[in-house]
Design a protein around this ligand. Structure first.
Ligand code: NDP
Length: 315
């Protein structure tokens, strides 16, 4: 166990964390950044990224993240591996404990721990991950132009994804486990009157099939009822939209969260309710959840941290 100190600790290694590290290191804040179990974040699970500006013919998600990481280290960011197991934001400097027992004392902290898309937990989701199974229609929908896809979920995200995909795909199935949609009325109406979308109410997914590419899903309707039936649908893509879980568990004692666990920011800034603790990216953004918006938020957080450090003479 060792103790370190830094003017700026960044927790999380997605576009928000790496961008914060680039800005903080260029501002001479000698940032330490901790990468958790998935260095690079959610983008490392996608294949081609076509909507990050600056890459006319697309870039692979893992490559983009490796480049962001390299850019941060070029300017001196100290990138380490480890999960944060405990924080104490009640005293300054803040104390952050890593799972290997190391302790970091930090004048400012930038939380960029992201959100994890929820999956159903089927082994087939892993088998076809990035090759037919996706949790981001905006990222991967383009690959299903003129094809047939399914979206799982009945909330606003699922409706939004189904509507987005209907502008690209030939046909969209929306697989809803209840007999109704949970989404807002306006979204429900849009989905229900869209001729390309077929809503399959009371349905759950049992598995996926196809070799080598995804060719279909096995569904069960009215599970456990007299009229239960199992049937297949032919699909090329299977999109999960059953919610995201923001990675805020370790901070919740100190940081104000919304009802879904996302960090609440002071309007128009990256500031949390604790002076000197900032947040960036999906962990504080239930609405957009895009790599480019997360990167922008990382920039804001580093600039806010720099200003805070200068104003309080904490270098
Ligand atoms: P929600 O939690 O609102 O909805 C999740 C959906 O997934 C529900 O229909 C739920 O079913 C279903 N689901 C959950 N687990 C499973 C499972 N294991 N199998 C099958 N279905 C499952 O999440 P969203 O991501 O849709 O939305 C999160 C928040 O963000 C909401 O407050 C939403 O309003 C908001 N949002 C707003 C948008 C906008 O304003 N444009 C766009 C997107 C999101 P069930 O209903 O049975 O629980």
């Amino acid at each position: 166990m060792a103790e370190f100190s830094t003017p700026c600790l960044i927790i999380g290694a997605g576009p928000a964390g790496y961008t914060a590290a680039i800005y903080a290191s260029r501002a001479n804040l000698s940032p330490i950044l901790y990468e958790g179990h998935q260095p690079g974040g959610q983008l490392t699970t996608t294949t081609e990224v076509e909507n990050f500006p600056g890459f006319p013919t697309s870039v692979s998600g893992p490559q983009l993240m490796m480049d962001m990481r390299a850019q941060a280290t070029t300017f001196g960011a100290d990138i380490r591996s480890g999960m944060i197991s405990k924080v104490d934001f009640s005293q300054r400097p803040f104390t952050v404990t890593v799972d290997n027992g190391d302790v970091v004392k930090a004048a400012t902290v930038i939380i960029a721990t992201g959100a994890s898309a929820r999956y159903l937990g089927l082994p087939d989701e892993e088998k076809y991950s990035g090759m037919g199974v996706s949790a981001c229609a905006t990222c991967d929908g383009f690959f299903y132009r003129g094809k047939t896809v399914a979206v799982v979920g009945g909330g606003d995200s699922a409706c939004e994804e189904a509507l987005y995909l209907s502008s690209l795909a030939k046909k969209v199935f929306l697989i809803v486990r209840k007999p109704f949609l949970r989404a807002s009325k306006v979204m429900q109406e849009r989905v229900l009157k869209n001729e390309k979308i077929t809503v399959l109410f009371n349905c759950n997914t049992l598995g996926l099939f196809g070799e080598p590419n995804l060719q279909g899903a096995k569904l069960i309707e009215n599970q456990g009822m007299e009229n239960e039936q199992i049937f297949d649908i032919a699909i090329d893509g299977f999109f999960l939209a059953i919610g995201h879980t923001p990675n805020t568990e370790v901070f919740k004692e100190y940081i104000r969260l919304d009802e879904n666990g996302y960090i609440k920011l002071e309007p128009g800034s990256s500031m949390t309710n604790v002076d000197g603790v900032f947040a960036a990216g999906d962990v504080a953004d239930p609405r957009y959840q895009q790599a480019i918006s997360a990167a922008g938020m990382g920039c804001h957080a580093a600039m806010d941290a720099e200003r805070y450090i200068t104003e309080n003479d904490l270098r």
